[in-house]
Design a protein around this ligand. Structure first.
Ligand code: PGA
Length: 270
């Protein structure tokens, strides 16, 4: 049976004081809950603070990105080894806000749409660097609204998944957690229909099965992300293929995030 995962992507929020308070509040709030792996992904600057706050708990620490080289002249970048030295177990890779595929360019300058510039090739490099350092990648895939409207969802997701897996050994693929994050659902309040998210996640599992075999693919957790909230989590978790969430907005409120964890554990424990 797959253990659900609830990962909080704090994005560019929380200074160190705020990060400490939020991490402690989440850790306290989920202390009694069993059967759901909780992962907190603060910004780089708060990793060590959150590591300390989570000491002695079952919660895991994750980063929001990494660079594939081990060290060198890469101003502003952070390597896998730096992340493990801060206590990270997980790392988010290929979030749409990093892929430069975000549906909402800054209003004052649309040229900045691709400012972070990740693509399928850089995502693959990052995944390989992460697994080589024993980090567990949470790999984000998902289509733009225009791609969905053009009927290209399955093909876009298929390409992103296969590109992320390129060159990986079977045993490395088993360390991956994919997150299906339709770009139009992120931060918009417009959650993807639960059965439709379930369908796309099944498609991802089938692609993984082609690489690692059906039995192994059935053991891999695959998450949904995009406007997950206490209002919609139950419907999502009741879908057989959805094994948890990658949560932005609602992960910044301890009470709401703990409720997501509680429901995930309850539905899967039942
Ligand atoms: P959201 O973000 O929950 O605020 O929609 C999800 C994500 O970006 O991973």
């Amino acid at each position: 049976m797959r253990i659900p995962i609830m990962a909080g992507n704090w994005k560019m929020n929380c200074d160190n004081d705020e990060a400490w308070d939020l991490a402690v509040a989440v850790a306290d709030g989920v202390e009694e809950i069993e059967g759901c792996q909780v992962v907190l992904c603060p910004p780089f600057t708060a990793l060590s603070t959150v590591e300390e706050a989570l000491e002695g708990t079952d919660l895991a620490l994750g980063a929001q990105d990494l660079y594939w080289a081990d060290s060198g002249a890469f101003t502003g970048e952070v390597s896998a080894r730096m992340l493990t030295s801060c206590g990270c177990e997980y790392v988010i890779i290929g979030h749409s806000e990093r892929r430069g595929r975000f549906g909402k360019p800054p209003e004052d300058d649309p040229r900045l749409l691709t400012v972070f510039g990740d693509n399928d090739a850089t995502v693959n490099r990052k995944v390989r660097a992460a697994v080589a350092a024993d980090l567990l990648p949470i790999v984000c895939v998902g289509e733009l609204l225009s791609e969905r409207e053009a009927g290209q969802t399955d093909e876009v997701v298929r390409q992103q998944v296969l590109a992320a897996l390129e060159g990986l050994a079977e045993e490395d693929i088993l360390d991956l957690t994919f997150a299906y994050e339709p770009v139009w659902a992120i931060g918009t309040g417009q959650v993807c229909d639960a059965p439709e998210a379930n369908r796309v996640i099944r498609l991802i599992r089938d692609l993984l099965a082609e690489k690692v075999g059906t039995a192994e693919a059935e053991n891999l957790a695959i998450l949904y992300g995009g406007s997950v909230s206490p209002d919609n989590i139950r419907g999502l978790m009741e879908q057989p293929e959805i094994d948890g969430g990658l949560v932005g907005g609602a992960s910044l409120k301890a009470e709401a995030f703990c409720e997501l964890v509680r429901v995930a554990a309850e539905v899967r424990g039942a």
